[in-house]
Design a protein around this ligand. Sequence first.
Ligand SMILES: NC(=O)C1=CN([C@@H]2O[C@H](COP(=O)(O)OP(=O)(O)OC[C@H]3O[C@@H](n4cnc5c(N)ncnc54)[C@H](OP(=O)(O)O)[C@@H]3O)[C@@H](O)[C@H]2O)C=CC1
Ligand SMILES: CC(C)=CCC[C@@H](C)[C@H]1CC=C2C3=C(CC[C@@]21C)[C@@]1(C)CC[C@H](O)C(C)(C)[C@@H]1CC3
Length: 571
Amino acid sequence: MPTVKYQKGDTVMGRWPGSSLYYEVKVLGFKPRTQLYTVIYKDGTELELKEQDIKSVSGFQTRSRSRSRSPSRRRSRSRSPARTTRRSSSRTTSAPSSRRDSKLKDTVEVRLSPLVSAAAALILSDHLIFVVVERLIERLKDAGKNNGRLNLTKLTSLVSLLCLFLPPGAYFWLLFLPAWVLFVILQVNLKDPSLVNAPPPLPPLDAFWDAQALGFVILWILFQALLYILPVGKLSEGMPLRSGERLKYRTNGFFAIVVSAIVAGIAVHQGVDLTYVHSHFLQLATATFIISVLLSIYLYVRSRYASSAELALGGNSGNVVYDFFKGHELNPRIKNFDLKFFCEMRPGLIGWCLINFAMALAEMKQQNLDAPSYAMILVNLFQLLYVVDGLWNEEAILTTMDLMHDGFGFMLAFGDLVWVPFTYTLQAYYLVSHPNSLSLPAVTAIVILKLIGFYIFRKSNSEKNAFRRNPSDPKLSHLKTIPTATGKSLLVSGWWGVVRHPNYLGDLIMALAWSLPCGFSHLLPWYYMIYFIILLVHRDSRDMSECRRKYGSAWDEYCRTVRYRIIPRVY
Ligand SMILES: NC(=O)C1=CN([C@@H]2O[C@H](COP(=O)(O)OP(=O)(O)OC[C@H]3O[C@@H](n4cnc5c(N)ncnc54)[C@H](OP(=O)(O)O)[C@@H]3O)[C@@H](O)[C@H]2O)C=CC1
Ligand SMILES: CC(C)=CCC[C@@H](C)[C@H]1CC=C2C3=C(CC[C@@]21C)[C@@]1(C)CC[C@H](O)C(C)(C)[C@@H]1CC3
């Protein structure tokens, strides 16, 4: 038998695949056939490593100190295993501590899967190309180290240069997302709109611009900001940050929508013509887009001056475009004014309802109706319920991925301010000029579907939120849980025992109920449903990787117990 350097039970330093980071691992065994060691990280993650990726604990520190000063080495030193281990003993036992590491882990998984799924992952995962290039650079460095024949500096520069011409997903999304909004806005005005049609001819440039529209958008955002800062409503605590600190948020969203509704009602009563929103939709969207870009630039610049404790784990690649897109600072605030929370919950979300209302008025005007159609009423009420519920339970947003983990950059700024109000309103916009009559039984069936979706969505979100806020809440004592090495537990019964994302299931059922009133003549009103499936499947896989990284074997156990992700027995 060939000599095996490390024995079962040995504690050694294992390299995290694709990176130059080493963590303390325990050897579980060696497979002579593949010449790989099976090791387990402190968070329970099991991996197979080559002998060259393992070092003894004693020899490790001397060698790591003599590392080169290249940026990647600098990065690896600042997050050295020693530091990670020290940090983990105080708070968590998780081994690889950064988001970047989880990206690397994803990359390894993608490499092992067939080409087709890699391509699908490429479309869905905006950071993938970036990570692949990073890995390639690491590989080339390793290759150079091993045979000494490659000129590493030249190769590294070559690949970095290639990176400029093979832009990461962020470049694509930066251009695609605004272009898509423009495409659907232009489509919805056509007599026969279609998602698969070639884009209609672009209107002249001056058709995009209207100073008054910009003025209205600015007024709207300022009005919402004013409502947000008023000392009305509860001050809620966010989840603990890495520093242990908990930020406070003014959760008065319900108050804000009620005041906004009263003001809109008074304005209409006073003769303000809200159908302006319908006739100037493109100009309003352009104005909001400009504001979202300016905001993103501000966010990017200020993130350069933020301390490392204030940064999100992603969005710090060093690539300006990628970081601008992903967002770097976790909770950018001006004094107590939380920009991410405000943008996610106020101008866009409440604006969505205002636009829907304006579309109902536009429908009555355009089709000479005394009251909006059933279809328009359903779309308005369903989406109003969704938004009002979100604002009523505003505190629950503090335990979602966006608030807890994601940096605030162009993706969310654009998503919150432009994407939500100008694409989530397409069903109402569509109905203005594409009437769809509904029978009473059809109305009843759609209402029942919406209520089922809403029930699943609300109950599951509230269950998780209550559990995360107080795991020993007596109302939840009947639920089964799995402890994890981080000290947090995972629910394995109740809603979170049915599928791994019951809240997504409820949300998808509701999305179906929003599209049905528009009928089947065109694909455009089904756009939200299609987009939402892609968004939630992507979010689910992002969350899976993140939770596997955080919870290790406990997460695997959860996945073994709860086998389906979103739809029981299907997916
Ligand atoms: N309309 C729209 O455009 C959109 C709506 N949404 C909706 O927003 C809501 C929030 O979604 P999102 O932020 O994506 O994700 P979730 O609210 O589902 O949050 C996921 C987190 O929940 C925790 N978790 C996962 N499984 C368990 C478990 N078994 N027990 C306890 N905690 C668990 C984990 O965080 P940890 O363990 O760290 O607490 C995980 O990271 C959803 O209802 C979604 O449908 C989302 C996106 C867009
Ligand atoms: C394509 C693109 C630009 C994506 C950005 C995604 C954002 C539009 C969404 C990410 C998570 C969101 C949530 C809501 C709105 C859409 C965004 C911002 C949400 C506020 C809608 C109302 C719900 O009740 C909610 C509070 C649960 C929800 C939270 C997540």
